[in-house]
Ligand binder design. Structure first.
Ligand code: 0O2
Length: 212
């Protein structure tokens, strides 16, 4: 397929990613403006690269004509939270939004992947307005803690480096690291209230200073 055609196909996905990054970033902003703890720490988004789309389509036996229907993560949003508990809050926010319709949820937190990967995935339908009218798209939203994100970023790079040939020893080390991430998240959850108090009082101090 020509570059021009891909650009046309991917344009609405880019719009969806841009809009959703703005919307989730504003949710964080609204919490902060109300002097409330935000369950959202960071938001990012990406449109899958054409080579990754084609690779995934091949792996799943998807024809080019059914790409948009069958590959549900062409548009991807990642929401990073500080604590595991925050993930539930973000999931509820998404479930209750009028502009997103949840199609599917995958809980890789209670049931991690064999690799050790942990994250909460939601596939939502989101409608963008194009010059040809409204277009309803599937978007994958990955919600995870900072610690889970650290692990999956490193593991993703190693997967990319080794493809299917990751050495067993490295795979085992990554599994041990995943356990350590789980322990860290649990440990942090137990001190969450104290960390939040500290953050709130820092924010209040910062506000008092900026008000002067
Ligand atoms: P990229 O480069 O991030 O776009 P399935 O049908 O369930 O086998 P599917 O449809 O790919 O697989 O969905 P899944 O596994 O629920 O979620 C896919 C995305 O989750 C991946 O996208 C990764 O971003 C992330 N992911 C899933 N498993 C792992 C893992 O073991 N390690 C890491 N680091 N990330 C993972 P892509 O398309 O694989 O890659």
């Amino acid at each position: 397929m020509e570059t021009q055609l891909w650009r046309k196909i991917l344009a609405p996905y880019r719009l969806a990613v841009d809009e959703l990054v703005v919307k989730f970033t504003h949710i964080k902003q609204q919490y902060q403006d109300s002097r409330m703890y935000s369950p959202i720490e960071m938001v990012s988004g990406r449109v899958k690269r054409v080579s990754s789309i084609l690779e995934k389509a091949k792996r799943k036996g998807v024809n080019l004509e059914e790409l948009e229907e069958k590959i549900e993560d062409i548009a991807g949003i990642r929401i990073i939270c500080q604590f595991v508990e925050d993930i539930d809050t973000v999931v509820d926010i998404i479930r209750n939004r009028a502009d997103m319709e949840v199609k599917l949820e995958k809980d890789y937190i209670t049931q991690s992947k064999p690799s050790g990967y942990r994250s909460y995935h939601m596939i939502v339908y989101y409608t963008v307005q194009t010059v040809k009218g409204p277009k309803k798209l599937a978007v994958e939203i990955q919600i995870r803690t900072l610690a889970m994100n650290f692990w999956s970023t490193i593991e993703h790079s190693l997967q990319y480096k080794y493809k299917e040939h990751m050495p067993d020893e490295l795979r085992e080390r990554l599994l041990r690291a995943a356990d350590a991430v789980d322990m860290l998240d649990n440990e942090m959850a137990s001190v969450r209230d104290e960390i939040m108090d500290a953050q709130n009082s820092n924010r209040q101090k910062a506000t008092i200073i900026s008000d002067i």
